[in-house]
Design a binder for this molecule. Structure first.
Ligand code: ADP
Ligand code: MG
Length: 399
């Protein structure tokens, strides 16, 4: 078979393991990224060439750029490495009639209104919601569904632009400021409770790997009030892990994903204990969740995603490697110190430490979930005391 050519699109620095796996499998790999990411440690030895497009270019210009590239190279696959690239990659595939997710499916993974509507149709439990479109319907929604509510942009990530509102008047004030952008938002009930994420791999419509974790605190709180970002494995043998995997399975089925890596989130309502679907993305989870998943299962989501894409392109079969079912915990925070000293975090369960200035982070892993849980809470307390710096919220995503 001739050499496969893969174009990776990345508006963030991530996915190096994906690029490396494609290269190791003999593919020609091109990277399309932003000029300001040029100096990041991309695995240049695995890349045929790197192209740059400014962030601000329109979809039409991006399609022109990739079509220009295709004059001299036969592209087999286009793969978006970040959430923001999912729609652009789909538009490029549609234009060039390449296999992979097209516009319709991509929309379910980027547009929070589209995913809500699709889930409701499939009978999946989710927060009650209303599109910020018809003002009469919005009035009725706030009468019927008790507050507080969240007003959120349909196509952002990392808790950007999400506002919690308590009173209808506060909602209308915000809507006023949104002016003609308001229909790019949705309003939904605020569901109080712990937030979970399920990270999975899909091969030919089947979820072949999935694991559920619980965030230390809801991401919205971390984003607004600062604090340690943390997450740990839901006990693999627990009914809750099984329920989360089942909910994830239903969501991915409803969205019609054929193959790839996914990151879905659920809130367990404090009121009735039910899992409410929050959102789903067609990408590997950010904020070092890939490292956490690898630590507790042995599966690297980026590498397996690359294997899935290439097996599909070659019409070969794909087998997920056997996974462990250990428990893991991840914690990261902004640090007051330039190079925080993590030497004292020396339990044998510490399998990874973050190496980044003004950040502290580590990953725990063990077959003993109780041990992980007790170490995790102790270490989070120490992170808060020893390192945590609090910064005001920004409009940049969390991860
Ligand atoms: N309906 C909701 N009820 C309660 N909290 C919510 C709701 N929607 C969002 N949040 C909070 O905001 C965070 C970000 O929302 P999400 O829909 O996941 O968008 P993003 O793409 O920015 O991650 C969630 O992790 C959760 O903490
Ligand atoms: Mg989210």
């Amino acid at each position: 078979m001739s050499r496969l050519t893969v174009l990776c699109v990345a508006s963030y620095f991530k996915g190096t393991r994906f690029i490396e796996e494609c290269h190791h499998q003999g593919c020609r790999v091109f990277l399309l990224t932003r000029p300001d990411l040029a100096d990041h440690p991309w695995p240049r030895e695995c890349l045929e060439e790197v192209f740059f497009l400014p962030e601000v270019v329109s979809r039409d210009e991006a399609i022109k750029a990739v079509s220009f590239l295709a004059r001299n190279h036969e592209l087999d696959r286009i793969v978006p490495l970040d959430d923001y690239d999912v729609e652009l990659a789909a538009a490029m595939r549609e234009h060039m009639r390449l296999p992979g997710m097209g516009d319709t499916t991509a929309r379910f993974f980027r547009d929070k209104l589209a995913m809500r509507v699709q889930c409701r149709q499939a009978g999946i439990c989710c927060p009650r919601f209303e599109h910020v479109l018809n003002h009469g319907r919005l009035h009725r929604f706030m009468e019927e569904v008790p507050g507080p509510w969240v007003l959120k942009p349909r196509s952002e990530a990392g808790a950007v632009g999400i506002r919690r509102v308590q009173e209808p008047s506060a909602f209308w004030d915000l809507v006023e400021t949104l002016a003609d952008q308001q229909s790019h938002y949705l309003l939904e009930e605020f569901v109080t409770g712990p937030v979970f994420h399920v990270d999975s791999l899909v091969w030919e419509g089947e979820v072949v790997f999935a694991v559920a974790h619980r965030y230390l605190r809801p991401p919205f709180e971390v984003w607004n009030h600062g604090g340690v970002f943390g997450t740990r494995t839901v006990t693999p043998t627990s009914p809750l892990q099984a329920d989360l995997l089942q909910a994830n399975h239903r969501v991915l089925g409803a969205m019609g994903l054929v193959r790839g890596a996914t990151h879905a989130e659920f809130i367990q309502s404090e009121k009735d204990g039910r899992l409410h679907f929050l959102e789903v993305a067609a990408r590997v989870g950010g904020a070092h969740i890939d490292d956490l998943v690898e630590a507790c299962t042995g599966v690297n989501l980026w590498q397996e995603w690359a294997r899935i894409e290439l097996a599909s392109a070659r019409r070969e079969d794909y087998q997920i490697p056997g996974a462990r079912h250990d428990c893991g915990g991840l914690m990261i925070c902004l640090a007051r110190q330039e190079t925080p000293d993590l030497a004292g975090f020396d339990a044998p369960e510490v399998v990874w430490k973050l190496n980044r200035t003004h950040h502290a982070g580590l990953i725990l892993s063990s077959p003993d979930c109780q041990r992980v849980e007790s170490l995790f809470s102790g270490y989070v307390g120490r992170f808060e005391r020893d390192f945590l710096a609090v910064c005001p919220p920004t409009d940049k995503p969390l991860a």
